[in-house]
Design a protein around this ligand. Structure first.
Ligand code: ADP
Ligand code: ADP
Length: 242
């Protein structure tokens, strides 16, 4: 059964404006897809095609205008902030900027245990797991006592990934997660995600404008254009050899 099931998702941004009313933007139109456990689905498309809108809806940073987003067994599309809280744990995000999930004033260890401890794990247990995760993502154990700025960009992104994985999410959303990295570092982080998938069986929704990156990491790909899904299928078929 799919872990994430999106049906007829629509998002219309109001033109707003107090004096000059701009037209509304229908940024996501009838978007539907499934993500099966352990798979990586890429959402690709040019700038402005609606990728981020779909991603922000799934993460429930914004509320879709209509449609359903079924995470495990709950439709989270229209839940309130308070109602969302127990569901958030199951969906973790890695952004382009690792500082969106890492507090620069916290040690890596503190950032890694914060979520699990909030959800009831003992600090001791969480710290033990954090140390294991450092090894899994290829950083020395003593990284836990250091601060994010003491690492390279690629290492910081590994830490952000470890922080997300520490929550044992059902779905990991990677939102342009390697887009700010040099090509060689990109390849290493993609390899890490591949490795995590093999070891931990995580499910990934991978948002990217970069077709070559999508071809490297995705099992299936969904192509967006002007808010609509124009293609959806196995990465090899949809992308060919980008
Ligand atoms: P992508 O991630 O593929 O670049 P977006 O989802 O960011 O695409 O944007 C899709 C469309 O929605 C674009 O036309 C964009 O200008 C518009 N849009 C995005 N965010 C907003 C917003 N907060 N308010 C109004 N329009 C927006
Ligand atoms: P964004 O630019 O994505 O909107 P935020 O507004 O969340 O970022 O954060 C602004 C800055 O605050 C970030 O660039 C980062 O340096 C820092 N920051 C990020 N997360 C935290 C946090 N949990 N606590 C304190 N500072 C943070």
């Amino acid at each position: 059964a799919p872990v994430l099931k999106v049906r007829r998702l629509n998002k219309i941004y109001g033109g707003g404006g107090l004096f000059v009313r701009r037209p509304d933007t229908h940024a996501a139109k009838e978007v539907s897809f499934d993500v099966a456990r352990g798979r990586t689905l890429g959402i690709v498309g040019e700038s402005g095609s609606g990728k981020s809108t779909v991603a922000r809806c799934i993460m429930r940073l914004i509320e879709p205008t209509n449609g359903t987003i079924r995470l495990r067994d709950a439709n989270i599309a229209h839940l309130s902030r308070k109602e969302l809280k127990p569901h958030r744990k199951h969906l973790q995000v890695v952004f382009q900027d690792p500082f969106r999930s890492l507090n620069p004033r916290w040690t890596v260890g503190r950032s890694l245990i914060e979520g699990p401890v909030n959800y009831g794990q003992s600090p001791k247990q969480a710290l033990k797991r954090a140390a294991e995760l450092m090894e899994i993502v290829g950083l020395p154990r003593d990284s836990l006592d250091r601060y994010p700025h003491q690492f390279s960009g690629g290492q910081r992104q590994r830490i952000a990934i470890a922080r997300a994985v520490a929550m044992q999410p059902d779905v990991l959303v990677a939102d342009e997660a390697v887009s700010a990295l040099d090509v060689s570092v990109q390849a290493q982080v993609l390899e890490l995600l591949d490795d995590l998938q093999e070891k931990l069986g995580i499910t990934i929704v991978f948002i990217t404008h970069d077709l070559r990156v999508a071809a490297q990491i995705c099992d299936d790909v969904l192509v967006m254009q002007r808010g609509e899904v124009v293609e959806h299928g196995p990465a090899g078929e949809v992308l060919g050899n980008p």
